[in-house]
Design a protein around this ligand. Structure first.
Ligand SMILES: Nc1ncnc2c1ncn2[C@@H]1O[C@H](COP(=O)(O)OP(=O)(O)OP(=O)(O)O)[C@@H](O)[C@H]1O
Length: 824
């Protein structure tokens, strides 16, 4: 208020009224010139923008920030980082500080009071905006044909609807059919079950079974095996008593072996088998999958088992060391998830198992105590999603004159099975609604949180979600974010994450979560907790984590808990949850794209199972990653009843998740009018909250760094044919750091395929001291050493990394610890 009572209606620019022209010293003349020009440009811009900034409230940093975000940024980011002090205000821990005069504009007093201000003797930490200098999407404008297609699509993996397609019409007994109907709630077979059961009941030949995810392959091979063992027993009962045993007994021997690549999958198959054979209670199932004492497994085998579910390594071990394991009567061998068996390097073990079975069968063949009615030859069924070279190799090892069984509901394909190509066989279910989100590196974290907030905004719309993440460290980091109180810095006391329930009985005293202060990453024994970030007033959301570094017992109990949970729940998982697991979720988010297209199809196959609806969304960064959509589209054409992969961008995700899904009653401003909030403001607030949360403890920062580093190393392991889309050299490490709540790329990091020194994020433009030569290539300058990789060196490094990862994966699997990328 002036002396004469006149109200001065202007606001003070953040930089003060008069700003001395900056002087530039040192470095090359080109750099000085660029910096000078940038400073002049900024001064001109400030003159036009300060009025707008004031309108949002002089002390509202988010308002000021938003104005800066909405308008094109005054200086480039490299200037923001290294430019002359007066060029641009620095934002330190959520506040803006004009570097020229030191008059900070207060933003978050609480934040500072929590002790996060930059110490005087340390270089100031500078935060770049979320919305500047993000690469533009190359598919920004969608052709009309790419628009979202809402036409309902016939499910491709559902039970058949024709009255003629019943389980009995396939040749199954009424006992089994009525058990399926009454106890397992299955009225009709799926297309692959129809084909497989008919074929396997009538014929003793080997078979290669290929079908899409969630189409009921497990029962497709189990039903004929169980029926034939039941028939064997009836046959024996009909014979005269003096012709040999009158029925199958517990000690009659082992008839069938089912091999699966992982313990989870083996357990799941065992559960389906146990449910099925309740209609023939005398059939004894068993498992040998490791993770428990070998002695207990031996004891089970000694008592007698008719159908055994096993992992190859463990079975090979028992064949060598367990004398009482008699495999001479084995007539059915199933190799489930054949491609994965080969990927995990089980070829040797499978060869050993088959050799052993052949040997013992031959030795027994002429013996008098042969079980009457037992088929004369062994049948091998290989189930595989793909027919890659390594599966063909597995076929060579295990199959003889096999019949190819593929399900296809389309009329054309049914006319001529021979015309079905190998690619055609592995499809995403037709009813699955697929989309991709183009999200720049900097916006990845806030976009994921927004996507999830939107998904869980209303109870009932989406109940179960899986988010696939490339490595264990990153899963842990995101789990901690989602289960923490992000705004805890605002409160005097930091709350601990609410642990929903004891995840396992086997937790030891060292793993009690309650003793761990929240400022440290949650101990591994806690695998599920209430999500403070996603829970609403009306309902809670439980977040789970699953990866190969968790002990087996914890993995199993976590998965079981997630599967049984009927309340809204979210699973953050590595690829350990991608194969074969029957967790029917509503939505699959591939936050990190899979390492290969096949893995992608397995991941999205966790939804839209057995004819149910499902949605899947893959996050891709603008630029070369977007090209990957063509690979995804390749799997089902429109003419085959498929639909488009729709597209959304980060802005849309942020708007829907942070603004539209917000409280129905808007906040009122001081004039009583609804306060207008932009998605950019909200996203910036959210990002700052996560960054403050991470900075609140060195352990969290360390966890963020580890996650970031492991993520980049995992990125280098995409398969060669897809590396063009996931090119590590294109990764912007500085931008990516934001997605891990880091304000800059951790120093001293060695990234395969990346330049050492500044890396991609370090030096751009003259002011940084990094110049370009005549050909536009970077060259080192006096100020900064940028060590260029020699041609081929980057590839070599990346190849080395992939080799190391594979070796480690194999080692971890051998040790029974992990079977996916567990980097860092
Ligand atoms: N005939 C049927 N009617 C209804 N539901 C069925 C039928 N057959 C199987 N299902 C259900 O379909 C789901 C998927 O079955 P299953 O796990 O065997 O599929 P899959 O083809 O092996 O999938 P994946 O390739 O992902 O391993 C299970 O929940 C199972 O109970």
């Amino acid at each position: 208020m002036a002396d004469n009572g006149m109200l001065l209606n202007f606001s003070i620019p953040d930089d003060g009224f008069v700003r001395p022209a900056p002087t530039f010293k040192g470095g090359r003349w080109k750099d000085r010139l660029t910096a000078k020009k940038a400073a002049q440009h900024w001064q001109q811009k400030t003159a036009t923008t300060t009025g707008n900034g004031a309108a949002s409230g002089a002390n509202s940093v988010s308002g000021i920030r938003a104005n800066r975000l909405r308008q094109s940024p005054p200086v480039s980011e490299e200037e923001e980082f290294i430019g002359p002090s007066a060029v641009k205000r620095q934002r330190v821990d959520g506040e803006f500080k004009p570097a020229s005069n030191g008059n900070a504009t207060p933003n978050n007093a609480k934040g500072r009071s929590n002790g996060h201000e930059t110490p005087r003797n340390q270089p100031k930490q500078i935060i770049s905006s979320l919305f500047t200098y993000n690469p533009k999407s190359i598919t920004k404008e969608l052709p009309q044909s790419e628009a979202v297609d809402e036409t309902p699509v016939e499910p491709s993996n559902a039970p058949l609807s024709s009255e003629l397609d019943t389980f009995t019409s396939l040749g199954l007994s009424t006992t089994i059919a009525s058990h399926l109907l009454n106890k397992m709630d299955m009225k009709a077979p799926t297309a692959i079950q129809k084909k497989t059961i008919t074929q396997l009941l009538k014929d003793d030949s080997d078979a290669l079974i290929q079908a899409e995810t969630g189409s009921g392959k497990t029962l497709a091979y189990l039903l004929p095996i169980v029926q034939r063992i039941m028939e064997l027993s009836s046959f024996m009962k009909k014979r005269k008593a003096d012709d040999g045993p009158d029925a199958i007994h517990r000690d009659s021997g082992l008839f069938a072996i089912i091999l699966a690549p992982t313990r989870e999958l083996s357990k799941q198959i065992a559960v389906v088998l146990e449910r099925l054979i309740r209609c023939a209670h005398w059939i004894v199932p068993g498992t040998v999958i490791g993770g428990e004492k070998k002695q207990s497994e031996k004891a089970r085998l000694r008592k007698g088992v008719h159908i055994l579910v096993a992992t190859p390594g463990r079975l090979a071990d028992h064949l060598e060391h367990t004398e009482r394991l008699d495999v001479s009567n084995v007539r059915w061998l199933v190799l489930d998830e054949g491609d994965r068996l080969m990927e995990l390097g089980f070829e040797k073990e499978i060869q050993k198992i088959i050799g052993n079975l052949n040997l013992r069968m031959r030795a027994r063949k002429d013996s008098k105590d042969m079980i009457p009615g037992l088929p004369s030859k062994r049948m091998t069924y290989l189930c595989s999603a793909t027919m890659k070279t390594d599966v063909q190799r597995l076929g060579e090892i295990s199959l003889k004159e096999a019949t190819l069984i593929q399900a296809d509901t389309s009329d054309e394909a049914q006319k001529d099975d021979e015309t079905i190509s190998e690619d055609r066989a592995f499809l995403a279910p037709a009813q699955l609604k697929q989309s991709y989100a183009t999200v720049p590196a900097k916006l990845r974290l806030v976009s994921l949180l927004s996507f999830l907030k939107r998904a869980f905004a209303r109870k009932g719309s989406v109940m179960k979600v899986i988010v696939f993440i490339s490595c264990a460290d990153s899963v842990d980091f995101h789990f901690d974010i989602l289960t923490s109180q992000l705004d805890a810095e605002e409160h005097s006391e930091i709350e601990e994450p609410k642990v929903v329930q004891e995840p396992t009985k086997q937790r030891d005293s060292k793993s009690q979560p309650s003793k761990t202060p929240q400022s440290n990453p949650t101990v591994l024994a806690v695998t599920h907790a209430e999500s403070s970030v996603l829970s609403q007033k009306t309902h809670n959301v439980t977040t789970y984590r699953l990866h190969g570094s968790l002990p087996q017992a914890l993995r199993t109990s976590t998965l079981a808990h997630f599967t049984k949970n009927t309340e809204p729940s979210l699973l953050l998982a590595t690829d350990v949850a991608s194969r074969g697991l029957d967790v029917n979720v509503d939505l699959v988010i591939e936050f990190d794209p899979a390492f290969a297209r096949e893995d992608h199809l397995h991941r999205i196959g966790r939804t839209a199972r057995a004819g149910r609806d499902g949605r899947a969304c893959i996050f891709l960064m603008p630029g070369c990653e977007e090209g990957y959509v063509d690979i995804l589209k390749g799997d089902r054409k429109d003419s085959e009843g498929g639909h488009h992969i729709s597209r959304q961008d980060a802005e849309e995700i942020l708007r829907k998740g942070l603004v539209d899904s917000g409280p129905s009653k808007p906040t009122l401003n001081k004039y009583g009018k609804p306060e207008k909030v932009s998605y950019a403001d909200k996203a910036t607030e959210l990002q700052l909250a996560v960054e403050r949360w991470a900075m609140a403890s060195p352990a969290r920062l360390e966890s963020a760094r580890r996650a970031y580093q492991s993520h980049i190393r995992a990125y280098a392991t995409h398969i060669a044919t897809e590396r063009g889309y996931f090119d590590i050299k294109q990764l912007h490490l500085g931008h990516l750091a934001k997605a891990f709540a880091l304000r800059e790329k951790p120093s001293g990091m060695k990234v395969p395929g990346q330049r050492t020194g500044a890396g991609r994020d370090g030096g751009r433009g003259g002011a940084k001291g990094v110049g370009r030569n005549d050909k536009g290539e970077r060259k080192s300058t006096r100020k900064m050493q940028v060590v260029e990789s020699q041609p081929g060196e980057a590839e070599e490094e990346a190849a080395k990394m992939r080799k190391a990862v594979r070796a480690r994966e194999k080692f971890m699997r051998g040790a029974g610890v992990a079977d996916e990328f567990n980097l860092g």
